[in-house]
Ligand binder design. Structure first.
Ligand code: PAF
Length: 291
């Protein structure tokens, strides 16, 4: 069945309130459209765990820097509606910019520590835009559960923090990365890649896989893991590294020695396309030194 498509906050609220009155639980999948199998995975989880699934499609201008790809970000509304129909979405909220940011808008949300490092360092203001729009979407839809992808690891962590800090009554589910057959993490931005760049893009996931294998084999030294990442990334001649970091999965602070849940994260440019990928590893504490 084709989902209902609405563009106003008032209509979204009406539909969601009606669903609530019918006793249905609400799932929200926030997206910027150009939907792919990674989004389909989020929607499927929402479908399995909640009764009424809302997908928001909004290319949020406040999370793009002045020289970023806001204007060329892929917009595929018809295909998006089709994918949502196939996945059994109930409601699509597809607002115009003026609906979300009317004249006079001036309130922003910042997650001050978690927004600093990793992608925050090279995309100043990005996470302020993400935190603001996610807070607005959560207030508009008031879902029981909201779904985010692990590919945007820093975003997912930041959203968990903001709902805790601002007492927003929603459960945040972070769903696994969906990959192409060769390992490339799905992203709406992959379609910018030329065939040569696409072939080289596979080094990101290969580098992470190699690092994860070394952790499984007992490597606990973050500098050694960064060297392994760099070695793999060098195999792509056109790739420009933004960062290769080994951080605590909770605080996102860099570590020197791995302990517990650790995020290994990469960002790199291929031409004008910025790609990110990551893996979470569990580093069991090593044997205690003899007393
Ligand atoms: O991950 C995205 O697509 C966006 O950052 C989000 C969460 C929809 C906010 O605009």
């Amino acid at each position: 069945m084709r989902p209902v498509v609405v563009s106003t906050i008032a209509a979204t609220r009406q539909h969601v309130t009606h669903a609530r009155h019918r006793g249905l639980s609400i799932g929200l999948v926030p997206t910027m459209g150009a939907l792919h199998a990674g989004h389909a995975r989020l929607i499927r989880d929402a479908r399995a765990e909640t009764d009424y699934v809302v997908v928001s499609i909004f290319v949020n201008p406040t999370q793009f820097g002045p020289h970023e790809d806001l204007d060329r970000y892929p917009r595929t509304p018809e295909r998006d509606v089709q994918l949502c129909a196939q996945e059994g979405v109930d409601l699509i909220f597809h607002p115009e910019v003026a609906e979300m940011y009317p004249p006079g808008f001036q309130t922003y949300v910042e997650v001050t520590e978690l927004q600093r490092g990793l992608c925050g360092a090279s995309r100043p203001g990005h996470f302020r835009g993400v935190a603001t729009v996610v807070t607005k979407l959560l207030n508009i839809v008031q879902p029981d559960v909201a779904y985010f992808g692990q590919k945007d690891a820093q975003q997912a962590r930041l959203v968990q923090q903001l709902v805790a800090d601002l007492n927003i009554p929603v459960r945040i589910r972070v769903c696994p990365i969906v990959r192409e057959a060769d390992g490339l993490a799905l992203s709406s931005r992959n379609q910018y890649l030329s065939p040569t760049q696409r072939r080289q893009a596979v080094v990101l996931s290969r580098a992470l896989q190699a690092a994860a294998t070394h952790v499984e084999a007992g490597e606990r030294d973050a500098a050694a893991l960064r060297r392994i990442l760099a070695e793999h990334l060098r195999q792509a001649p056109d790739l420009r590294l933004d960062y290769a970091e080994v951080v605590d999965a909770d605080t996102l602070q860099p570590v020197t020695t791995l302990r517990g849940r650790t995020l290994i994260a990469l960002a790199a440019w291929l031409g004008t396309t910025r790609l990110i990928d990551n893996v979470i590893v569990e580093a069991e504490p090593g044997p205690r030194p003899a007393a």
